[in-house]
Each structure stands twice: as C-alpha cells, then as structure tokens.
Design a protein around this ligand. Structure first.
Ligand code: XLS
Ligand code: MG
Length: 381
C-alpha cells in the first residue's frame, strides 16, 4: 500500500494566502486566526511541500519600511532554504485596497493604473529577491458591472499597455528568464472580469510586444466557474507552450469561487488534469490555490493541506494504473488506429468514396471506456 507521503520531488506548492485564509466571506467574519506568513512557509515545508506562491503583500505589508521589507525577504529566504523550498511565483495584491474598487490596470483613473503597476513592479522585484521566475497576474477587479461605464475596447488596450510596461521593466532590469502569466477568471469579485477564460487570455497574449514571455496560470475552479472543462483548458495551454502555472483545487460549476480542497468535487475531471500534466511531463509546480472550509479550525487547515497532496498522489497512482490497464489500453489502441495518418493531397482526397455504412460501424467503445475509468477511480479495478 502506497504511503502517499509527499516528497519535495513531487513539487507541491501552496499560495501563502491559502493558508493565511481566515474563513472570512461576504456574509461572515473570520472563523480562525491568521497565521504569520513566515510560519506558513516553515509549516508547509515540514509537511513535504516544495514551493510557495504569494502576492508580495502577503509577506510584506504595503506600509512596511525598506528595512522591514529587507528583513522579511531575508527571513523568508532563510525559512525556504531551511526547508528545501522555492518560491514558484510572486504576484501583487491589486484588489483588496479600496482604491482598486473599479479595477487596477483598467481603472479609469490613470493614477490608480499607475499605482497598480507600481505594485506589480514591486512584486517582480520581490519575486526576484526570493528566487522566483514568474509574476502571476490575477487582476481581480479588472472588470465591470456597469457596461455603460467602461468600454471593453479601452480596457483591453489598458491591459495590453500594462503587460507591455511590465515586460519592458523586466528587460531593463536584466531579470533574465523572468516571465509573466495571466490567470483568467470569469467573475467574482466583479460581475464580469476581463480575460475571463484561457481562450480570451491567449488572444490577448498574442497581441503583446513579447508574446513569448507571457503565459497562463490555469486554475481548475476558474474554468469550472465558466462552465468549461478544465482538462480541455489545461490541454489548450500546454499545446501552445503557455502553461506557466496551474492552480489545483475543486469547484462546483458556475458558482462563486469555492476554492475547495483538491478532489473534493469533480474527481473524474481532476483525474484527467493530473493525467495530462503527468503524461506530458509538464515540469511546473503542482500548486494548490484552495483553502480549508470556513468551518475548519486552525488544526484542520493542516488536514486540508495534506488532503490536497494525498489526493493528487492517489490520482497520480490511478493514472499509472490507467496507463497500464490492458483492457483500457487495448481499447485506446483500437480507437487511435489511423490517428496519425497524414492528409492526402486535395485531388486524392476528393476521390475518397463515402462509405457511410462501414464508417458508422466502427466501434468507439465509449461506454466501456468511461465505465472502466469510473471503476478505476472508484477503486474496484
Ligand atoms: C483568485 C485567484 C488568486 C490568484 C492569486 O481567485 O485564484 O488566488 O491565484 O492572486
Ligand atoms: Mg488562483
């Protein structure tokens, strides 16, 4: 029986903010104490977690003096080194302060847009100081409720301008290898958020000055909030080399952002996401952007942490079983026969006889394949 004990080589990561979450929601106050971010690092490290993600402000309060900032960075680096950990990405909190009430990079007020950029520049500096290579832009309030108030055409231009501005900073500072990523989300905390899905964000990235340096952080919950299939979203990002990060969590479709423990919903879809990243050899961190239920106390937060990793490891084992299962593999072999066949030249293609009967007779085995997947996940195979 496997122990499902997380190892550093599994490259599990958590956002600092996920463990610091106090259970507050729009209708209720905190239900548990906030944990100090430095202690979060140590406690995660002790439990086999390899990486952290953060907003610079999770670690360094925006009001901190330069000396305090340096002390916190130094201490965070020490805590990570003590636990054999790394900083996977560092973004900016451009959503909590009231000045960002109508967005950050897309606020109508140029001063607010500049302050947002200032925070992003700071997050890049902090990320570099912590050894990170990625700035994850989840812009939170860049969106709208009142369509009469903000033109999406203008907003898109502001987003592009902002991303190009950050890129030119990276270049000027000589932060070689430092990259940007957009984390798409359809709504919450705004009625609509700009770049709501993977497809939208890819469209914007293609128009940047240095598209090759900007990718995506795809989050399971965000895709499901849009009613989309996470497996397909992650695949789309991988196929174009744009999966710079992945946020594993769980979510019932079309609701508010639930950020539940990985696997607590959508087990089959989660299985296929794990299968995808494992089978393709994707090298990024397996990052959890989820939080313990509001009903959990401080101790249970650590149950939540081990639960996320344990479920990932169990699903990874199921992937290996799936890949070795003789019946499943025989079906897949049959299904894929001819899949790699190149297209014939146009004139030859025009001559192909349409043998409807024969084509329709080809068995697809969907019933059996889906049932076998289910049984494997249910542990009876
Ligand atoms: C919010 C996002 C956020 C980002 C980091 O919905 O998932 O947590 O991952 O800013
Ligand atoms: Mg996220």
């Amino acid at each position: 029986m496997a122990s499902y004990q997380p190892q550093k080589s599994d490259k599990f990561a958590f956002g600092l903010w996920t463990i610091m979450n106090t259970g507050r929601d729009p209708f209720g106050e905190a239900t548990r104490e906030r944990i100090d971010p430095l202690d979060v690092i140590t406690e995660l490290g002790k439990r086999g977690v390899w990486g952290i993600e953060m907003h610079a402000e999770d670690l360094i309060p925006p009001t901190a003096t330069a000396a305090e900032r340096d002390r916190l960075i130094k201490e965070a680096n020490k805590r990570m080194a003590d636990q054999g950990m790394a900083c996977v990405n560092c973004g900016a909190n451009v959503f909590a302060h009231p000045v960002y009430k109508d967005g950050a990079l897309t606020s109508h007020d140029p001063k607010v847009r500049q302050l947002a950029l200032q925070r992003y520049l700071n997050s890049i500096d902090v990320g570099v100081a912590l050894g990170s290579k990625l700035c994850d832009l989840w812009w939170g309030r860049d969106g709208a409720e009142v369509d009469a108030a903000k033109e999406p055409l203008e907003a898109i231009k502001w987003l592009r301008e902002g991303l190009n501005y950050l890129q030119s900073y990276i270049d000027k500072q000589g932060y070689t290898g430092y990259r940007l990523a957009i984390e798409p989300k359809p709504n919450e905390p705004r009625g609509d958020i700009y770049m709501p899905t993977v497809g939208h964000a890819l469209g914007l990235i293609a128009t940047l000055n240095k598209p090759e340096n900007c990718g995506l952080v795809v989050e399971i919950a965000h895709s499901r909030m849009a009613g989309l299939n996470t497996y397909h979203d992650v695949a789309q990002a991988i196929e174009v080399g744009k999966l710079f990060g992945c946020h594993f969590n769980a979510q019932k479709p079309l609701r508010y952002d639930q950020d539940q423990r990985f696997g607590s919903e959508d087990l089959k879809e989660s299985f296929f996401v794990v299968k995808l990243v494992e089978d393709t050899g994707w090298q990024g961190a397996r990052s959890f952007d989820a939080h313990a239920f509001r009903s959990s106390d401080r101790e249970e937060v650590w149950d939540f942490v081990s639960g996320c990793m344990r479920t990932y490891l169990i699903l990874k084992e199921k992937v290996q079983k799936f890949n070795k299962d003789p019946e499943i593999q025989a079906i897949l072999k049959e299904l894929r026969s001819g899949a790699g066949e190149p297209l014939p030249p146009h004139d030859q293609l025009k001559k192909i006889a349409f043998d409807a009967d024969q084509l329709a007779r080809r068995r697809l085995h969907h019933e059996r394949l889906d049932q076998l997947t289910q049984e494997l996940l249910l542990g009876v195979r």
